[in-house]
Design a protein around this ligand. Sequence first.
Ligand code: CP
Length: 311
Amino acid sequence: AKHLLGIAHLAPDEITAILDLAEHYAAMNRSGEKHGEALRGLTQVNMFFENSTRTQASFELAGKRLGADVMNMAMQASSIKKGETLLDTALTLNAMHPDLLVVRHPHSGAVDLLAQKVNCAVLNAGDGRHEHPTQALLDALTIRRHKGRLHRLTVAICGDVAHSRVARSNILLLNRMEARVRLVGPPTLVPSAFRDLGCEVTHDMAEGLKDADVVMMLRLQRERMDGGFIPSEREYFHRYGLDAEKLSLARPDAIVMHPGPMNRGVEIDSATADDPSRSVITEQVEMGVAVRMAAMDLLAQNLKAERAACV
Ligand code: CP
């Protein structure tokens, strides 16, 4: 493939290839071994139109560890603020001949649109409530490292599924890899229509967590709630927040995940988030660098092959 726009475009063997290469980069990152030069001579531009800590930092580190020239566009200080459109911004950068464009945008579909207008490889770093493919890949890698597989695992994705691109990409990936996906949360945030994506839906945490191998908690994404239903935090935590008592309903070896950023005391309590015997939240961040290295390495290989064929 030329781009990484969503899990929807990836076949199971492509997902496995990214995870296998990421596993290799994860080992190198841990040992401090020198990295390859997979992106040497290539220019990576990061364009984040929405706030980010994990995704932006890990894409930057991933590019630098593989030898790319990395430029972070300060979108708040760009000519977007003078009314320039996303497409004109993309065409302007395209004229400078980048090789890899990493884009986060608040509107679903904006990254796909941009990919049609530029000559380089585009990686989706999260678009609206549509997809966040590298997050789902790093989640899958973390699960695989702990459980040895993805197929036939029961993964409970809990909380604000309706507004979550992380949930959507995870649902697509886990279904494709034959895991069993259970969505858990209030009806306003987990509508029954999600059953059409091949998931179980329940509005009861006890039912949702029963025998789960993986418990993935999601933040309430108030920025995408458009003034609609916003639950009271106290009531929400009481019914849907993860604590030791609710976690005891899952399998005794169930791992706890969260894509971050967390709202402690709302969707998860601190004792559970910081429990080293159950929580893999910091390992997810660590795997984020490895997965982004693998994704950019594989796209760069395709880019080089395409260019060689044109000579
Ligand atoms: N998980 C995630 O996308 O975090 P950031 O918004 O900090 O990048």
